[in-house]
Design a protein around this ligand. Structure first.
Ligand SMILES: NC(=O)c1ccc[n+]([C@@H]2O[C@H](COP(=O)([O-])OP(=O)(O)OC[C@H]3O[C@@H](n4cnc5c(N)ncnc54)[C@H](O)[C@@H]3O)[C@@H](O)[C@H]2O)c1
Length: 254
């Protein structure tokens, strides 16, 4: 049978891979033969996830990495290169918001924190990984943004601004990286059932989201992982600088 994805043996870094969407992505990658470096700050949870992936026959490793610390980002990339000789795939997944807050009430510190958390980390990580991809003339970068970056979100202006920045970062880097055969795409994730979403969204918000989604349900992490898998596969080699939205039909124009 023809291998449609052609990802077997590729080497990936997934940030924020201990739980939620990052873990689902790491697990899906490993199930398709991709070697995965899980990076996170939650060591206990990440080690559990690593063990689960390995028990399923996947090749994976874990490196503690705080996305706010450039030296830890450098160490995680160096460790991946030391282990597997290079990096073919990067998923910038770390990020998140907080419970609804009116924009006039966002302090300078909270604004700064959420822009750093959702945008700076992806820049630091991409800057560190890209030279390896450039040298080998091949790479796949997927940035995890949010539907709020496009349609806006209620009471999360700092988070939405950072995630919108990630879209601009994606399209600009995609242009620069295309001659090196490195693709860069972005997933504007819709409401997805993860531990973080249960903290930031009220049950009423979740019900409303399901009602407004033509497919009648919110996403699960595996929906996002399937899209990420396609975007890091050779099946998407001519696809770059794109906003690819697995959203149950919620926004048809995205
Ligand atoms: N779940 C949703 O509804 C939703 C919607 C839109 C966008 N997103 C985006 O998807 C991504 C994943 O979200 P999720 O819901 O799976 O979140 P999550 O909180 O369930 O998982 C995030 C992971 O990042 C790790 N992490 C937190 N701070 C870190 C740091 N400083 N350095 C390294 N790792 C750190 C956490 O330990 C955790 O494992 C985020 O970028 C989020 O903004 C999620």
């Amino acid at each position: 049978m023809k291998d449609y994805l052609r990802v077997n043996g590729k080497r990936a870094i997934v940030t924020g891979a201990a739980k939620g969407i990052g873990f689902a992505i790491a697990r899906a990658f490993a199930a398709h033969g991709i070697k995965v470096m899980l990076c996170d700050i939650d060591d206990a949870c990440a080690r559990e996830g690593l063990a689960a992936i390995q028990a399923e026959g996947g090749t994976a490793a874990y490196c503690h990495m705080d996305i706010f610390r450039v030296e830890e980002i450098r160490r995680a990339v160096a460790e991946t290169v030391r282990l597997w000789g290079g990096v073919d795939i990067l998923v910038n997944n770390v990020g998140g918001g907080e419970p609804p807050v009116a924009f006039e009430e966002i302090s300078d510190e909270r604004w700064d924190h959420f822009i750093r958390f959702n945008l700076y980390g992806a820049f630091y990580m991409t800057r560190e990984v890209f030279p390896h991809m450039k040298e080998q003339g091949y790479g796949k970068i997927v940035n995890i943004s949010s539907g709020y970056a496009i349609g806006g979100g209620d009471f999360c202006a700092h988070y939405a601004a950072a995630k919108a920045g990630l879209i601009g970062f994606t399209t600009s880097v995609a242009r620069e990286a295309a001659p090196c055969h490195v693709t860069v795409n972005v997933i504007p994730v819709p409401t997805t059932d993860t531990p973080a979403m249960r903290l930031t969204d009220t049950p009423e918000m979740i019900e409303q989201e399901a009602r407004e989604t033509p497919m009648g349900r919110i996403a699960v992490p595996e929906d996002i992982a399937d899209t990420a898998l396609f975007l890091v596969s050779e099946a998407s080699d001519y696809l770059t600088g794109q906003i690819v939205a697995p959203n149950g039909g919620k926004r048809m124009l995205v």
